[in-house]
Write a protein that binds this ligand. Structure first.
Ligand code: ADP
Ligand code: MG
Length: 321
């Protein structure tokens, strides 16, 4: 899938010539950038990750995690999800942070939906009954989250399968999606452990700022522990440098340090600091819909391309922490 960017640009052209289809997303009208009926048979044949692990014959589950807040996890979940969906991949974004920013950033009002992640984790509601379909793109679904999730960790703690609730829920949709992206909260608690136990790989956004690397080695060690105790197939998709500002020597230094320390685990794509990425969520839109020409939208399209290529390579040469 080298042509994610060109497919998405074609999608944007459809958008420009006024091929605007109403797409209901809980009371709000959005633009369906790709008409669903024009899509090829990706619903029947996932194009990517077909060579995944035995437990994941089809979809690829990516936890977007870092115990630090404000590093770009949610921005990455929203925009990577939209980039894959624009390239005709079937995507589910699971909002695992009680703040609900991934839901609202995709234009989903979690208070108005019939289900949410809380019901999935606490009441064994199937994912299919809790999702919102077609957020901006026909192939982009969302499991929204409400503040209720704040109490979930305390309520789950004495349950035998507390760390595997999400994994068990995702098992039911592995043949439905090409990608499942999990936006984790900024902590290494039970919610993030659920995400890591469910995931095939973890993507770690790191802000190119002071103290960026502080705690990162411990986080990578924690992933190693998760692999030993909870999920032997978990791999590191990579470290994603975010909010990069080429004018700042600090940004350049942090980038050089990260590449020196983590080598090829650092993704080639770097996400620039870009005001459009910061503005878009307040309109409930991914950057690719808000302003596809912006440097931020283009960087996330490049990231989608890189991850797809990495994954294809990984099927031949497993990448380890
Ligand atoms: N590349 C970027 N350029 C500009 N602002 C960004 C960028 N990435 C994230 N932001 C902004 O930084 C803040 C934190 O990002 P967010 O994705 O919510 O981080 P996290 O989910 O890790 O807490 C948000 O206000 C977001 O809009
Ligand atoms: Mg977040």
């Amino acid at each position: 899938m080298r042509d994610i960017a060109s497919r998405a640009t074609r999608a944007a052209r459809l958008h420009d010539i006024g091929d605007r289809l109403p797409c209901h997303c809980h009371g709000r009208i959005h633009i369906a950038i790709l008409p669903a009926e024009s899509l090829p048979s990706t619903h029947a044949t996932p194009a990517l990750y077909r060579g995944g692990s035995q437990n994941s014959p089809m979809s690829h589950v990516i936890a977007i995690a870092n115990q630090k807040g404000g590093v770009g996890k949610t921005t990455t979940a929203i925009n990577l999800g939209a980039s894959f969906a624009a390239a005709e991949q079937r995507v589910l974004v699971i909002d695992m942070d009680p703040q609900g920013n991934a839901s609202s950033g995709l234009g989903v009002d979690a208070r108005a939906t019939k289900g949410s992640l809380y019901g999935v984790l606490l009441d064994h509601v199937p994912l299919g009954a809790a999702l919102v379909r077609g957020a901006h793109f026909p192939l982009l679904d969302v499991i929204p989250t409400t503040q209720e999730l704040v109490g979930a960790e305390a309520e789950l703690i004495d349950q035998m399968d507390a760390r595997f609730r999400l994994r068990n829920a995702i098992a039911g949709v592995r043949d439905v999606y090409d990608f499942v992206l999990i936006d984790c909260p900024p902590a290494l608690g039970l919610l993030t452990l659920n995400a890591l136990a469910a995931a095939d790989s973890v993507l770690i956004p790191v802000q190119t700022e002071y103290y960026a690397l502080e705690g990162l080695s411990q986080f990578v060690e924690a992933i190693e522990a998760v692999r030993h105790h909870l999920n032997p197939r978990l791999q590191v998709d990579g470290i994603l440098l975010t909010m990069y500002d080429s004018r700042l020597s600090l940004s350049r230094e942090v980038t050089a340090d990260t590449r020196a320390h983590f080598g090829r685990q650092t993704l080639r794509t770097t996400i620039p600091r870009n005001v459009r990425l910061a503005e878009a969520p307040s309109f409930g839109k991914p950057a690719i819909v808000y302003d596809i020409g912006s440097a931020g939208a283009q960087a996330y399209l490049a990231l989608a391309d890189e991850l797809a290529t990495r994954s294809r390579r990984r099927t031949h040469e497993p990448m380890l922490v």
